[in-house]
Design a protein around this ligand. Sequence first.
Ligand code: MTE
Length: 304
Amino acid sequence: MAYRYKSDLSFKDVSSEAIFLNRRQLCLGAGAMLSGNIWGQANGAVSSTLDEKPNSFEQITNYNNYYEFGTGKGDPAKYAGVLKTKPWSIKIDGLVDNPMTLSMLDLLKAMTIEERIYRFRCVEGWSMVIPWNGFELADLLNVVGVKSEAKYVSFETLLRPDEMWGQKRNYLEWPYREGLRLDEALNPLTILATGLYNKSLPNQNGAPVRLVVPWKYGFKSIKSIVRITLMKEEPQTSWSTANPREYGFYSNVNPNVDHPRWSQATERRISTSFVAKRRPTLLFNGYEKEVSDLYQGMDLAKLY
Ligand code: MTE
């Protein structure tokens, strides 16, 4: 890739909780490696303003969307614990030179885990700042080798209705599916997250591995991935299949393009304050410099 991403949000602002963590907890599996000095990862980046402080671990893990475990914000924290995440493997297939099935252990051995503190904006109008641990999706795609005909990447969540009771309801077609254009997938901002706050990813946040695409609405960031497929055509995705008028394939965060049922101009940062004011939503969730080139010449109101 042309550059590695430096966060504009600093790890300095992460609550003291992280500092008490045992470093051993950082090894999310045997062989997981950490790049450089974890606490100083974002050195040199513009430090964040006070109101961009990362949300607490409690907030990030108790206010979730994970419909496989119910539609209430507290449901995933309540019910996702039953999901068995060991053993786990990801199949990578389609238009790749070396199709493979990688165990979580293989994946963590092969990839360098780093931290990324990102804004996270849900299409529903709330937002958080989350200190993820993970690796660039591009690094994994380089390992398998992407064939030149590939133009899109499709992602699939585990299908296991016995553990994921929501999959017995038909509010979405299961398994949950998402997709990116290949250049979006290769952008250095796009990561597969395996942890947050330097702890293994909690089940409610998509253990053991989920996508994070910080300039897109949160539903693009698919959880508990078991399959990644390189394709020629735009893949079908769960939310745009369920309601194409309301949820497009691109779903870039955009304050100027409203959802048919509500404005996207502002957002509510999840906080402990009952009087928290709504804040303006930023184009591409504040990552315009890093991603606007991907959409040159595209009508973002039509390709929402
Ligand atoms: N992935 C799966 N498999 N199932 C889901 O219901 N919800 C999406 C996304 N990924 C979802 C999913 C939505 S709508 C959002 S906003 C984010 O996960 C929420 O991520 P969080 O709970 O870690 O904040």
